[in-house]
Design a protein around this ligand. Sequence first.
Ligand SMILES: [Zn+2]
Length: 321
Amino acid sequence: MHDSLTKLLWQLSEAGEPAVLFGRQHAAEDDAAFQRMLALGVLVHGDRLTGWKACHDCDCGADERDVRWRRDVPFAACPADNRRDEVLTRDDLATFTLSIATMVSETAAALGLGPPEELAPGLWRLGRLTDGRVLTAAPIRAGILLPGLVAALRAVDAEGPIVLIGPRLPEVRRAELARQGIHAVPAEEVVVPVGHHPPLGFDLARLPDGNAGRHRLVLTPATSTVRFDGREAVLRPRPFQLLRILARQHRRGVPLVSRHDLHQELFSPGTADTAVRGLVSELQGLLKKAFGADAVEGLIENRTGHGYLLTLLPLTVWINE
Ligand SMILES: [Zn+2]
């Protein structure tokens, strides 16, 4: 699978402005996202290219070829041999500039936060999540490495966990920030996937919380392992999948999942409506067997007519993706 346009834009922003995207850089599958970025002003039409890369495997020695037009069709002209001319399209020649500030404010809007506050050049506070974490972003590499970063972040939120989204940091720097309650995560690990609407924003389930080692419930999908209050069990794939959905929604701060949504995600359309209830019972049975009836009593609550949820406190659940 190719990278999403959103991921591409966060990568592009690392070097700072001007950040230019070329016509051939985004995948056709992501065109809806691309049009949305233009409509929001995250991307702005730039100048059309007038030069094209040198001929491949040609001895004309040109560093760059001029773009010329034959009727309405552009082509890259080889100075020595017109049989080597390369036919282009209008889209090939298009350029788009990225507005980093607009990308940040539209990201906050997509998450229901904002407007963002610029704490220092290139450093934004997007807002506070319902679980208390403060979401911040420093998209430019030079900005995230500034010595005054911590002071700028702590000037507004003196205490509590802060999530900082931006370029990937060296491990030493990341650990140093974590000791001060600032949990840096690379944007590329948390941006919404291809096809998500709106195309901007983060998957809150994937954001760090600084509670490593203190989570009550930890799921490891690769091995279908569940750890609950320090004890481990391996579940069958289907019940594990159900628990994983509940855990994901819990981490997103919206723990209640409707029976309809669970049915849609876990079963084919022809399956009976009662299948969800059956799978929930199966999961509860397995958890009781693994961890004891008293330990898991009330862990999964059934809100009649609404759906199911994990009753654990916020930020006590983790998924090892
Ligand atoms: Zn040539």
